[in-house]
Design a binder for this molecule. Structure first.
Ligand code: 13P
Length: 250
């Protein structure tokens, strides 16, 4: 059985005070969920320390939204994987389409970030997904394949065993336009095939999360699909009630 995961990517939202409040509500709500689902929250860097204090030992895990490609040194404004891990944070989102698009993150950068994450025992949540014009041109399979080959294929078996993948079609992020559950299943199954060709049966254990306008109304349908192992939630993760409701949708 693969792990079921619901992760909340808060992006650049909430003040630290609001973030701690939201984390507390997620912890409280999560206690009443009798489903085998792991909850992860990913607040901005400035909140990590305080959010760790209210989530530690509760079953709600914490993720960063990014980390530096370098270990340490003269990189003004960057936050290293070691700094993040030292707080007790367990995960890091890497390769989100917003980072690829607005901050020019390439596979080359992401390979270095993955290396930093693993060197500091952070589990990467590696994001992939095609843009609208790529989907319309029927290129979505080759886009996600390249995003996997250029980064994930550089991992050894031990590292691969810890990886989480998030498929987030760019056209579905923040648009209210969710992929249909059949579209999600089709590409999740394809992603698993690509992973299997390289890593064999280990890919049967890789959680593949769906992201893009996932909410309490559509989560159950998406999660009913064989290869959809949970969600990476943006907007709906900012309301604890909605986020927890998504977690109940398995
Ligand atoms: P939305 O749920 O707001 O569409 O965002 C998805 C996302 O980008 C999560 O990383």
């Amino acid at each position: 059985m693969r792990k079921k995961i619901v992760a909340g990517n808060w992006k650049m939202n909430t003040t630290p005070v609001e973030g701690v409040e939201l984390a507390k509500e997620v912890v409280a709500g999560g206690r009443n969920v009798d489903k085998p689902v792991d909850f992860i929250v990913a607040p901005p860097f400035t909140h990590l320390s305080e959010v760790m204090k209210v989530t530690r030992g509760t079953g709600v895990a914490v993720s960063a939204q990014n980390c530096a490609a370098e270990a340490k040194g003269a990189y003004t404004g960057e936050v290293s994987a070691a700094m993040i891990a030292s707080l007790g944070v367990e995960y890091v989102i890497l390769g989100h389409s917003e980072r690829r698009e607005y901050y020019g993150e390439t596979s080359q950068t992401l390979n270095k970030k993955m290396e930093q994450a693993y060197a500091n025992n952070l589990v990467p949540i590696y994001c992939i997904g095609e843009k609208l014009e790529e989907r319309e041109a029927g290129k979505h399979f080759e886009v996600v394949k390249a995003q996997i080959e250029e980064v994930v294929f550089n991992l050894d078996a031990e590292k691969f065993a810890k990886l989480i993948i998030a498929y987030e079609p760019v056209w579905a992020i923040g648009t209210g336009k969710t992929a249909t559950s059949d579209q999600a299943q089709e590409i999740h199954a394809y992603i698993r095939t690509v992973l299997k060709d390289k890593f064999g049966d280990a890919a049967d254990s890789t959680p593949i999360l769906y992201g893009g306008s996932c909410n309490p109304s559509n989560a159950a349908e998406l999660f009913s699909k064989e290869d959809v192992d949970g969600g990476l939630i943006g907007g709906a993760s900012l309301k604890a009630g909605d986020f927890i409701a998504i977690g109940r949708s398995f």
